[in-house]
Ligand binder design. Structure first.
Ligand SMILES: Cc1ncc(COP(=O)(O)O)c(C=O)c1O
Length: 345
């Protein structure tokens, strides 16, 4: 397809894009066999279906990790990404846990950049959304026994998504319901593909009961909150902000979470990372969650057993101040003093 002479695709009604997959122009692919053990040169190929052996490790045993990041238009129309090297680092940690080789952080960032540039007409105009980037590392070699695949593929595809304004969330905590594979030896601290679909059944039930998402408890004691299905959680009490310690086996160390901690400290809040008990959460002034998809999303209520706690939301909420600062840095409205944004065009 000939590259357009315009910045954004004029054929697209940007007001109509949602959260489905919009097929874009190109995707990136790079392979590695366990004999070589390193990824060499990848290439851009037209966006389309994959050719996979039915016995691929990813299809049979879920040997795979994903990442999720975005490319945005800044206020002057340039394309920027937010801390892509952090996603590259997280993918490496996940790959090690899932017994897979992974691209280096430099290869990861270069490949993401190349994929975005090849699809730049799909980056929505400022205020209309962003280009969601999905790197996927998977065992594509053939396996029958329970062993790591002999070949791996690193793939990146992109799709435009609208700005996500879900409104304040109504969460539910269910006793004895844990996210993915939590607990010792678990994979909750990485973005393994096996962590997500186990939550579908409980999520479907929670949504049918009128809740937006589930807030999961730790599997070891059932007393401490961990995170939502795909977001980290924070609570605000006075000038103090708390969030469960991430990493390890249970909680994904979100890049938005890490950034919001720094922004909150800069704005004068005391930020504590540690165990967050259900009781403490139910008594908070404000609760919000963070993630690439939502940015910073306020929580209106949490229901646990027969108790429902309600929290402050609206323009005066701390979460709004944090979200505005984050988006301001991403779009260039606020000076990026930490080198978080990577301008690629
Ligand atoms: C389980 C889980 N927790 C938290 C997050 C938020 O992480 P990030 O801020 O890096 O998007 C995600 C999304 O990647 C997730 O899947």
């Amino acid at each position: 397809m000939a590259p357009p002479s315009i910045n954004c695709n004029e054929e697209i009604n940007w007001d109509e894009i949602g959260f489905g997959i919009v097929p874009t122009d190109s995707m990136y692919m790079m392979k590695c066999s366990t004999e070589e053990d390193t990824f060499s040169e990848g290439t851009l190929v037209p966006y389309g279906n994959l050719h996979l052996t039915p016995s691929a490790g990813i299809l049979n045993y879920g040997q795979g990790v994903i990442e999720g990041l975005k490319a945005y238009r800044s206020k002057d129309g340039r394309i920027v990404m937010f801390r892509p090297e952090e996603n590259g680092r997280r993918m490496k940690i996940g790959a090690e846990r899932m017994c897979m080789p992974s691209p280096s952080v430099e290869q990861f960032v270069k490949a993401v950049k190349q994929t975005v540039l090849a699809n730049k007409r799909w980056v929505p105009p400022l205020g209309k959304g962003s280009l969601y980037i999905r790197p996927l590392l998977m065992g594509t070699g053939s396996v029958l026994g329970l062993v790591p695949a002999p070949e791996y593929t690193f793939l990146i595809y992109v799709t435009p998504v609208k700005t996500y304004h879900k409104g304040p969330l109504n969460l539910v905590i269910k006793d004895k319901l844990y996210r993915a594979i939590s607990g010792s030896g678990g994979t909750g601290g990485i973005k393994s593909v096996v962590n997500y679909s186990p939550a579908y059944k409980a999520l479907k039930e929670a949504r049918a009961e009128g809740f937006s998402d589930i807030l999961y408890l730790d599997a070891a004691t059932g007393k401490f909150v961990e995170e939502l299905s795909s977001c980290n959680i924070f609570l605000v009490k006075g000038k103090a902000i708390s969030t469960p310690t991430a990493g390890g086996n249970n909680i994904l160390p979100g890049i938005t979470r890490k950034s919001i901690i720094e922004i909150a400290i800069d704005l004068g809040y005391e930020v504590m990372e540690g165990e967050v008990g259900v009781d403490e959460l139910m008594e908070a002034d404000e609760v919000f969650c963070t993630g690439t998809a939502v940015g910073v999303n306020p929580v209106a209520s949490i229901t646990h057993n027969n108790n429902r706690a309600e929290y402050k939301t609206g323009p005066e909420a701390v979460s709004q101040k944090l979200l505005q600062t984050l988006v301001g840095i991403q779009t260039g409205h606020i000076q990026d003093t930490r080198g978080w944004t990577l301008q690629i065009e």
